[in-house]
Design a protein around this ligand. Structure first.
Ligand SMILES: *Cc1c(COP(=O)(O)O)cnc(C)c1O
Ligand code: SF4
Length: 347
């Protein structure tokens, strides 16, 4: 999918003659045309050349990827824009810090079948796509060995056998990468098989795609999602109110109308959302979009992301301050993931 549409990027005339693309969905074209060049990102946002070396150094560790629809929500010329900080590589990413490692959640040790992570009771996580529509600099999977976890259909069958053989499982969680970066054909195939497993009740999708490319929520997606017998939960990943524009609102309305329960998880990030006012506005805006706050994660100690860290004491203070201004149902749960624990751990 990505390879095929990447060919479009080479078209010299793409700026002057936008091509109608009848074969691919609009979102796939947007995904293929996402910015992947650190200098282009700086140029498009009016950042001067002083930002280039850092952007290139970070890009060498974890490539840049920013779709246009997300770029449009970033204030040009403002290096401290909270959305820009999430996607702009910095020289700090090359700094080695004690305790910051490649696989902070020890996921590789909990992969009993291809593309499957089973850590918690009653639910399993399936890596439905290795790719993401956006590369977030703080991502805890920035070093994940996706090549070893991108199963073929035959391998999926053995993964599905694992689910079939464990009647204690009630929920399948599609994750990634971003599961919605997979094609609707592939997702419909997978969901149809999950539906056939009688002990499964719920389908959960963890995704950032409806946020970064709202056109992803199209008729094809709503077709398979609306048709499944499984109860549907979508956990979006939004860190700042500025990420929720009108197009995101509209995508959320379509999902809600299709019977999807919408939740959100955020990561607490220095320089992005580490103050009470920002977190309060985020919760309010989420609710306007029909989304309930679910988790506020402290940063996982992944190598290259230490500059985003907010220390625990400060995180607790922020959440205490938030509780003073928000109704209880708009409060996210402040959690950390500790390898080996039976659930996320409240702070
Ligand atoms: C976070 C996570 C889940 C989901 O946990 P909830 O607390 O149910 O949201 C499931 N499996 C894995 C491997 C996870 O990391
Ligand atoms: S969308 Fe999620 S998985 Fe993908 S880079 Fe961002 S945080 Fe990581």
């Amino acid at each position: 999918m990505i390879t095929r549409s990447s060919a479009l990027l080479q078209r010299p005339d793409r700026e002057t003659q936008p091509q109608p693309l009848p074969i691919q969905a609009r979102w796939q074209t947007q995904l293929a045309r996402a910015i992947r060049d650190p200098r282009e990102l700086c140029r498009r946002l009016g950042l001067d050349e002083a930002w280039w070396p850092g952007a290139e150094a970070g890009h060498a560790l974890f490539e840049v990827r920013v779709p246009e629809a997300y770029l449009a929500r970033i204030r040009p010329g403002d290096p401290s824009d909270p959305l820009l900080r999430q996607v702009l590589p910095l020289a700090e990413e090359a700094v080695t810090m004690a305790g910051y490692v490649a696989d902070p959640l020890a996921e590789v040790e909990h992969a009993p079948a291809p593309g499957l992570i089973h850590k918690y009771a009653g639910r399993v996580l399936l890596i439905a796509s290795p790719a993401c529509a956006v590369n977030c600099r703080y991502c805890f999977r920035r070093h994940f060995p996706y090549e070893e976890n991108a199963p073929s259909r035959a391998q999926w069958e053995s993964t599905l056998d694992y689910l079939r053989g464990d009647p204690s499982l009630h929920e399948a969680i599609l994750s990634g990468g971003d599961p919605l970066a997979a094609s609707d054909r592939q997702l419909a195939w997978l969901v149809e098989r999950l539906e056939g497993i009688s002990h499964l009740k719920r389908l959960r999708i963890h995704t950032r795609l409806p946020v970064v490319i709202p056109d992803r929520i199209d008729d094809a997606l709503l077709g398979w999602l609306g048709a499944t017998r499984l109860q549907k939960v979508m956990v979006l990943h939004i860190n700042h109110a500025n990420e929720i524009d009108e197009a995101v609102m509209a995508a959320c309305r379509r999902l809600s109308a299709a019977g999807v329960t919408l939740l959100n998880q955020s990561v607490l990030l220095r320089g992005v959302n580490d103050d009470v006012g920002t977190l309060c506005t985020l919760s309010e805006r989420l609710f306007e979009a029909g989304i309930l706050p679910y988790y506020l994660h402290v940063l996982d100690p992944v190598a290259g992301a230490a500059h985003f860290d907010v220390v625990d004491e400060e995180a607790r203070k922020l959440v205490a301050g938030l509780r003073e201004v928000l109704p209880g149902f708009l409060m996210p749960r402040l959690v950390r993931e500790i390898p080996g624990e039976a659930s996320k751990t409240p702070l």
